[in-house]
Every structure is written in C-alpha cells, then in structure tokens.
Design a protein around this ligand. Structure first.
Ligand SMILES: Cc1cc2nc3c(=O)[nH]c(=O)nc-3n(C[C@H](O)[C@H](O)[C@H](O)COP(=O)(O)OP(=O)(O)OC[C@H]3O[C@@H](n4cnc5c(N)ncnc54)[C@H](O)[C@@H]3O)c2cc1C
Length: 494
C-alpha cells in the first residue's frame, strides 16, 4: 500500500502552522513528538505515520474554526475518535493535522418521548446505553470495542456489532447528524422528526469514513430493552455443521438478536484468556441470543434447540442466569484481544458473504492458511454473514506481515467472488483501499469519487483513504463542482 508523499511546502511551514493553531485553540494543540506518538496509528498498527499536529477541539465551533483554517492553508485533515479503527481510517498524514474529537464527549439530551439521545461525537458507544439503561432503554449497535470507540467513529464507519442481526447497524439507528463540512460550514441532516423526501444525505454520510465532513453531533435512536433475553451456547464437532445450523435457523424464519461463531482455536484462546466457560474440544461454537416477550423467546429457544439437534450439535446449553450470560458475552467481546495468547500479531479481516456460502468459505480459508504457512482463527457475526478471520503472524519475522496481508487480500477477494463485499463493518480505510477494484469497476469508482470531490473539492478530508486514486475527479474536471457545495446547498446552516 502506497500513500501519497507529503507536501514539502506544508512541511516547510510546520512551525508557522503550529503557532497559528495554538493561537486559534490555545492549550488544545499537541505537537511534541512524545504527545503525537499516540496519534501515529489506529488499531491497524501495521501502518504508522506521525501527524504534523493534533488539535483537540472542545466544541463544534472550534471544529469549524479548524476546518476553515485547514481549507485556507490547504492542510489535509484526519478526523479521529478513539482510534480503534481496524482499517487504518484514522491513520494520519505527516503533512496534515489530526482533529481528535474525544474531548467532545457530552450527552446533550435524552429524549425518551421521542426515543432518542443527542450526543457529541466523542461520547463512547457504551456511554449511551449506560445513560439510559436505568429507564429501560439502550442503544442497539454494540461493537466489541464499545467501551472505547466513539459515536463519531461509529457514524463514520457505519459500525455494527454483536446484536446487529435483529436491530441493524449504525445506519438503522442513526436519526440525524450535524456535519462540519470542509471549510467549516455546518449542516444538519435528519434529526428527531421523520424526514422523508429528497436525497438520502444522511445515508450518504453514514459510513463515509471521514471523507465528507466531521460529525459534530449525532441523534441516536433508543430502543426499549426487551423484557426477556436468553442466550444459548451450542457446540459442534465440525465447522460445516455449525454453518448449516446458522443457515437452518435463519431459513426457519427465526431472527435471533445475535448469532456469533467461533472456531476451536478462537474459543480455546478466549477460554485461556478470560475463562468464560466455553466447551472444550468443540470444533465450532455458536452463541445464539433470543429476545422479546416470554412466550416468544421460550418458543424460539425450543426451535433453535431442535434445529441444533438436527444439525448434530454435541452440546446445547442455555445460560442459567444473567451472570452466566454476561460471562459468555465477555468472552466473545475479548476474542480479538485473546489472540495475543497465541500469536504476537494479528490481522483482522472483515468481509461478508451470503450465508449459504459459509462452509465453502471456511474450507477455502483453511486451504489458504496451509498455502501461506500462517495460522488463523475465525470469529464472526454468523447471522449476517460478516466474517472476521483473524490471521496470526509475527511481524518480527521477515516477510510475515506481507504474507499475512496477501492472505487477507485473497480472503476478501474471494468474499466478493462469492457474492459478498469487502467490508461488513470495519470500513475500507487504507487497509482495503487497493482492493476496491475487485468490487467496483472504474466507472463505479469514478461516480463515488465525484461525490467526494463535489463536497471536498480540495480533497483535504481524510485523503489516501477508501479510493485507490482520486484521478476521476481531476481528469474529468469534477474538482470544482459548485465550490464543493452542491449536495448540501439547501440545508440549514450555522
Ligand atoms: C477490539 C476491537 C473490536 C472491534 N469490534 C468491532 C465490532 O464488533 N463492530 C464494528 O463495527 N467495529 C469494531 N471495531 C472497529 C472500531 O471499533 C469501529 O470502527 C469504531 O466505530 C471506530 O470508532 P473510533 O471512535 O475508534 O474511530 P477512529 O478509529 O478514531 O476513526 C475511525 C474512522 O472514523 C473517522 N472519524 C472518527 N470520528 C469522526 C467524526 N466525528 N466525524 C467524521 N469522521 C470521523 C476517522 O477519520 C476514521 O476514518 C473493533 C475494533 C477493535 C480494536
């Protein structure tokens, strides 16, 4: 993966830029090497670059001030929440600034009548649920990183999580966003009231990976906590049987709140990491959760137990109480971290496939593993076909990182060939940028780039991410569409 070289004219102005930023946001600029080290990379730590400076605004006006300055100086800008992106979305540029949103972490309003919360972008995902659970509500998308990752990052990545099979991902739970555009102007997209008609601009911005603007406020849908939740742990002697069980449950019309898969290597690593009580010696386990009212859940559990039996499950265990249920989920949420027990380094893939292709895909990954000489384990959101093969390697060994990346690229390319896509929830970032050609032809990519360039004609926001190049915008004269204001021209401004 090659990133554009830094602009020497910006590097030459470094001291002046830092002085300007300190004047604009006194006490909120990080520029010393020790402080900047924190911002060198995100959770895709194989890629690192030190930014020119990092600005930590405390409110939306300060975000606008920074964006106006960046536009005036032609400075690249990388928005950053908690830096948990697994696709390198928050990787900085040496000739650009990072705008870190973590200080903007206030919950501005909880409106239970309208079942929504209005929050700043630096609020963590889990903090939203914590703030409303006493009233019987919660925020549904729950990435495993929810204790750290921010709502701004969730919006930018259109993040999913463990319980998205039934309740949807971020886009299904986001009612509105206030967006600071390149140049600093702010627009509101959506909000508490039902807004139909016109282009779905909120849909375009959700998952746009910080390329179109900075989310400075978000209005989130709150859901009432279902009265009953039951969790089953189901073990199988073969991965194929577990795959068949997933397909049969969905095929029977049952929509569990969550249905998660772990293969033996992953389950063993988790067991030795935090001992959640997973069955030993199973080749695959499923965690299946059903929620709703008592009768509905009781009926669902009985049907799932029956289907698991017909698929040859070696164990079906219903969590006896809330403590056991919490333990089962704590294990699943720790799965990525637990790989540290079995390998020094790990690359987490994030492709999707149609559910019926699951068994074929798992067999193909095993064959690739033998060919690349690298071990892997599988943890994924089985219900919606979102795979997270974890490739295990040692970056200190010559050539292993390159081999791991090639292995990952082959998995993702196969996902696309099987009818899936490159990313289910982690975004494209820099990680999958150069694979976009496997999913989109040149004209598709050019159309997407035209949208980017219409809103950000100077291409200052999160450059290097998502698109292999932005050549279509330059070659076809789309760099100057309406001064970058066309798509948002009629929206309220601040
Ligand atoms: C252990 C672990 C488990 C994970 N599990 C899941 C999971 O289950 N599901 C899932 O979907 N993801 C998961 N992730 C990935 C990651 O947590 C999500 O992508 C998350 O949404 C990133 O949030 P963040 O605040 O850390 O954003 P960052 O990493 O800081 O940034 C991510 C992207 O968002 C942009 N961005 C950040 N804030 C803003 C903003 N306010 N406005 C515009 N752009 C912005 C950045 O430029 C970057 O492109 C996991 C990561 C880890 C490390």
């Amino acid at each position: 993966m090659q990133l554009a070289p830094p602009d020497p004219s910006i590097l030459a102005r470094r001291d002046r830029i830092i002085a300007d930023l300190q004047r604009l946001l006194p006490g909120a600029i990080v520029h010393e090497p020790a402080g900047l080290a924190t911002y060198d990379s995100d959770a895709l730590s194989a890629y690192r670059q030190r930014p020119l400076a990092c600005a930590l605004p405390a409110n939306k006006d300060e975000v606008s001030t920074l964006l106006a300055y960046a536009a005036e100086q032609n400075l690249p800008v990388v928005p950053r929440g908690a830096g948990t992106s697994l696709s390198g979305g928050a990787l900085p540029r040496p000739d650009g600034i990072v705008i870190g949103l973590a200080r903007m972490n206030r919950i501005l309003e909880i409106d239970l009548e309208n079942r929504c919360a209005v929050v700043e972008p630096g609020v963590t995902n889990l903090a939203v649920t914590r703030a409303v659970e006493g009233d019987g509500f919660y925020y549904a998308p729950d990435p495993s990183s929810q204790v750290a990752c921010t709502i701004g990052g969730n919006v930018a990545e259109n993040s999913g999580g463990l319980h998205c099979l039934k309740y949807g991902i971020t886009t299904n739970n986001l009612l509105g966003v206030e967006l600071a555009l390149p140049g600093g102007e702010r627009v509101r997209l959506g909000g508490k009231a039902l807004a139909l008609g016109g282009l779905d601009l909120l849909g375009i911005v959700t998952g746009s990976e910080g390329l179109l603007g900075i989310a400075v406020e978000a209005t989130l849908r709150l859901r009432p906590r279902p009265p009953v939740t039951r969790t089953l742990l189901v073990a199988f002697d073969t991965v194929a049987a577990a795959g068949r069980c997933v397909a049969d449950i969905i095929g029977a019309g049952i929509i569990p709140a969550a249905m998660e898969f772990m293969d033996r290597r992953a389950a063993d690593a988790v067991e030795s990491y935090c001992a959640p009580g997973y069955p030993q010696h199973a080749e695959a386990i499923l965690i299946i959760e059903l929620d709703g009212v008592e009768g509905e859940v009781r009926d669902g559990v009985a049907r799932v137990e029956h289907i698991a039996g017909t698929c040859g499950a070696s164990l079906v265990r219903l969590a006896a109480n809330e403590a056991e249920r919490a333990r089962i989920w704590a294990g699943r949420k720790a799965a990525f971290a637990a790989t540290g027990k079995i390998a020094p380094d790990m690359l987490c893939m994030d492709g999707t496939i149609p559910r019926r292709a699951l068994s074929d895909m798992l067999a193909a990954i095993a064959a690739m593993s033998a060919r690349y000489g690298l071990a892997f384990c599988n943890v994924f959101h089985a219900g919606d076909g979102n795979l997270h093969p974890l490739i295990l390697f040692d970056a200190m060994r010559e050539g292993e990182l390159a081999r791991a990346e090639a292995f990952g690229a082959e998995i993702l390319t196969l996902c696309v060939k099987m009818g899936g896509v490159l990313s289910g929830e982690h975004g494209i970032g820099v990680e999958k940028r150069d694979l976009m050609g496997a999913m989109f032809d040149e004209e598709d990519l050019a159309q997407q780039q035209r949208l980017k360039c219409a809103i950000d004609p100077k291409r200052l926001l999160n450059p290097d991410k998502v698109f292999p190049t932005l050549s279509a915008c330059v070659e076809q004269g789309h760099m100057h569409v309406s001064g970058g204001r066309l798509p948002f021209a009629n929206l309220p401004r601040f």
